[in-house]
Design a protein around this ligand. Structure first.
Ligand SMILES: Nc1nc2c(c(=O)[nH]1)N[C@H]1C(S)=C(S)[C@@H](COP(=O)(O)O)O[C@H]1N2
Ligand SMILES: [Mo]
Length: 428
């Protein structure tokens, strides 16, 4: 190939067609990768692939922004040209709104480490909402504008004017199938087209509507109603039930604001008090093991704190009741050689670690109750760690064992690309 490809020398119409085609591919890739990243139940199965997928999604997101920038010089000409085509103008407006919204919120989510949670919360909301609305719209747009559906219309238009709109561009291969379709469309093109539009629209609404509704309900319900549901359907059998302290009983935080997304890298484990124990081992004066009954006798405290996941969601004003981690460390007596606190989940897979200084922060808690109720299985009960000033991947669910160690340990997600430094920006 001798001739150099030069974007600026391509005719306007072809430029728009190219941009449209590339944009379609980019959105398809973003929809697929984003969809996979969104599904909580496959986080564990994905493992490190998740981190790579997320990075890939971000790169492709930048490609999408680049295409938007490449389009801007032609925006006004394009709008002018669509003067009388109201539907296409509306479509253009919707698509631009979607792409700009996805881009802005995406950049904020990408920069989460440098921004306070309120920003990422808002960005995640818009990123999700635009996806719930935008992807069905894009699917509808792609199906109802398939070439053969518009064949007749385009063909008749062609006589009088040049066809500028890229997706109406006609590919004139006359194979049998196309002929048959053309004949079929000939009979009653408009009603058939409408029939297909209505069918596609209905299928999309029926297929995506329920999940969208669920998402809306979760998002706009700030009462933490999932907590009630999780508690009611709890699979843990921990007896006796822990008795809440007065502050916990009163739920002094006023009840959790927002909903947890239930994450687990394994199947959600369930526990029974017969088989459950809590241990502290490693570089300690006395190794400790508690049964559930013994564990409940250790004095607890109540705190109200917020909970932030790096993916952009937060749950505010949780009333936790539990044992300050520093108190447990004192009971075991930390050896002078010990530098880190390694945390083991009862799921047998998930671990994380804190430095001794971090572990001794006064809001780092081995929690047993949330909003006055035993922590349900899905949220890490019977016992989970909470580290309010750090991103929630440090808050190990189903915590059952603590080991004091000398060398640094990288936790489950840290090995798979998350920063070991998990401080949340903008909170103290
Ligand atoms: N054992 C275990 N603990 C875990 C996780 C996990 O997958 N397994 N996920 C972490 C992450 S990334 C987050 S955001 C929170 C989620 O807590 P939730 O499932 O109660 O919402 O738990 C953290 N602790
Ligand atoms: Mo997370």
């Amino acid at each position: 190939m001798r001739s150099k490809w030069n974007w600026f020398k391509i005719p306007y119409g072809k430029k728009l067609r190219n941009l449209h085609k590339w944009n379609a591919w980019v959105i398809l890739i973003l929809a697929i990768t984003g969809g996979i990243l969104f599904i909580p139940s496959i986080r564990g199965d994905l493992g490190w692939i998740r981190s790579v997928l997320k990075e890939f999604h971000i790169y492709i997101g930048f490609v999408s922004i680049l295409l938007l920038i490449m389009y801007i010089p032609y925006l006004f000409k394009h709008i002018k040209q669509l003067r009388k085509k109201t539907n296409q103008k509306i479509n253009l407006g919707i698509v631009l709104f979607l792409i700009i919204g996805w881009s802005l919120s995406g950049v904020v989510l990408w920069q989460y480490r440098n921004l306070p949670p309120s920003w990422t919360n808002t960005a995640l909301f818009w990123h999700d909402l635009l996806t719930w609305v935008g992807i069905p719209y894009v699917i509808y747009h792609s199906i109802t504008r398939l070439r053969w559906l518009n064949k007749k219309r385009v063909a008749s238009k062609k006589e009088s004017q040049d066809v500028q709109s890229n997706d109406e561009d006609l590919n004139e291969t006359d194979d049998d199938l196309q002929k048959r379709i053309a004949a079929w469309m000939e009979k009653s093109p408009v009603s058939r087209r409408n029939f297909i539009r209505v069918s596609v629209g209905t299928l999309l609404v029926l297929g995506i509507g329920p999940s969208f509704y669920k998402w809306m309900k979760k998002t706009f319900d700030t009462g933490g109603s999932d907590l009630t549901e999780f508690t009611a359907g709890d699979g843990n059998r921990m007896l006796p039930a822990p008795k809440p302290l007065p502050d916990s009983q009163k739920v002094i935080g006023g009840g959790s604001q927002g909903n947890y997304r239930v994450y687990s890298v394994t199947e959600i484990p369930s526990f029974s008090s017969d088989a459950w124990s809590f241990t502290i081992t490693g570089l300690v004066g006395h190794k400790m093991t508690w049964s559930w009954e013994q564990f409940l006798k250790i004095p607890r405290k109540v705190q109200v704190s917020d909970f932030h996941c790096i993916t952009g969601w937060s749950v505010y004003s949780n009333t936790w009741e539990g044992i300050p981690l520093s108190h447990l460390l004192d009971l075991a007596g930390v050896d002078s050689k010990a530098k880190y606190v390694k945390l083991y989940s009862g799921d047998g897979v998930y671990t994380d670690a804190l430095s001794l200084d971090q572990a001794r922060l006064d809001d780092v808690m081995v929690a047993v109750l949330l909003d006055g109720k035993p922590i349900p299985q899905k949220l890490g009960g019977p016992v989970r760690l909470v580290v309010p000033k750090m991103y929630a991947y440090k808050s190990v669910k189903w915590l059952q064992s603590i080991e004091l160690i000398e060398e640094e340990h990288l936790g489950y997600w840290e090995v798979r690309g998350y920063e070991n430094d998990a401080w949340v920006k903008g909170i103290t």
